[in-house]
Design a protein around this ligand. Structure first.
Ligand code: HEM
Length: 303
């Protein structure tokens, strides 16, 4: 699908060949999605968990279907679930992995030690607490429950800065986000583009723009988000990990919630060691930019 987005002239031929010879890709996702819906329909008819107690997406959508079957058809439920799986799974896991990867691999200390449990990372010059300290303190002071809620995680500035910085350095999508120049054309970066031209910016380029993010834009430095609120909102306005404008990601807040809840649990419970600490990170860009060699030893936290 990604290749066809780039080489659109081959789309018609490729989709015919795919339909005849291959049941991979979207077809697999459709089978998976239908299985989840069928499973819910069957288990809710057995009344194992009362419908009102279910809090997952499929149950909520099926509830909406039950309440207004003429407005929300089973096909609508299927499409919404398919979008969640297709647009929300790899993107969120890639982003969470990116944040963890950069937390584990702090460049200055990493070279000396070769191994870094997560608590040694993000050692700031200023007197802000390290990530693990911040999380531990929020548990011990009773400010956060375990696992913490999304609202509680939003009150941890260093955690939020680490999330933003990971999302910035490794946006989950790696092709230009296309837009069509409207009527009358547009002047962009000093060049005129006639109406109808497809233009786009890749988040990997935008997110490392030194004019916006500073001369050290290639470095993982969560502190940049905490230095001045003016600068932080300027960077926020340009952060393109979820796209920008009217077609911005509709699942952004769901993912930020998932990451905001999962990351404190992971960081406070486990130590990490890269399997091949000297190896550069390898990625594969098939619209989603997947990490290929981010393998770790994971152990229960020592102290
Ligand atoms: C960390 C996780 C995610 C990342 C990095 C991400 C990234 C993106 C990006 C870059 C776009 C294109 C935006 C643009 O063109 O300006 C997009 C669109 C979209 N995303 Fe996400 N996404 C994530 C999670 C999700 C989730 C969880 C869902 C669904 C539950 C979702 C559903 C969508 C949909 C439906 C669109 C198309 C919106 C439109 O064209 O109007 N995404 N996402």
């Amino acid at each position: 699908m990604s290749n066809m987005g780039v080489y659109a002239e081959f789309h018609s031929l490729a989709s015919k060949l795919q339909a005849k010879f291959s049941k991979s890709g979207l077809a697999q996702m459709e089978v998976f999605t239908q299985r989840q819906i069928d499973h819910h329909l069957q288990s809710s008819s057995k009344e194992t968990i009362p419908d009102a107690e279910r809090t997952d997406f499929v149950s909520k959508l099926l509830e909406m279907h039950k309440a207004q079957p003429d407005k929300i058809s089973l096909e609508n439920v299927f499409m919404a679930c398919l979008t969640n799986v297709g647009a929300g799974s790899d993107t969120t896991s890639i982003s969470l992995s990116a944040i963890l990867y950069y937390l584990i691999k702090s460049p200055d200390k990493y070279k000396k030690a070769g191994f870094l449990p997560i608590e040694n990372l993000c050692n700031q010059k200023a007197n802000r607490p390290k990530l693990r300290d911040e999380i531990d303190e929020s548990y011990s002071s009773g400010e956060a429950s375990r696992p913490m809620t999304y609202q509680q995680s939003q009150r941890l500035p260093y955690l939020q800065a680490c999330i933003k910085e990971g999302l910035r350095l490794h946006p989950a999508t790696g092709l230009p986000l296309a837009r069509v120049v409207p009527k009358g054309g547009a002047r962009i970066c000093g060049r005129f583009f006639p109406e109808g031209t497809t233009v786009g910016v890749n988040a990997w380029v935008m997110n490392r723009n030194p004019t916006v993010f500073g001369p050290d834009a290639d470095d993982f430095r969560p502190e940049r988000w905490l230095e001045s609120s003016e600068r932080a909102s300027e960077m926020d306005r340009h952060l393109m990990s979820f796209g920008l404008g009217s077609r911005t990601c509709i699942g952004k807040n769901i993912s930020l919630m998932e990451i905001g809840i999962a990351l404190p649990e992971i960081v406070s419970r486990f130590d990490f060691e890269l399997l091949k600490p000297l190896e550069e990170l390898k990625t594969e860009n098939v619209w989603f930019v997947k990490q290929k060699n981010f393998a770790c030893w994971v152990s229960l936290r020592q102290k």
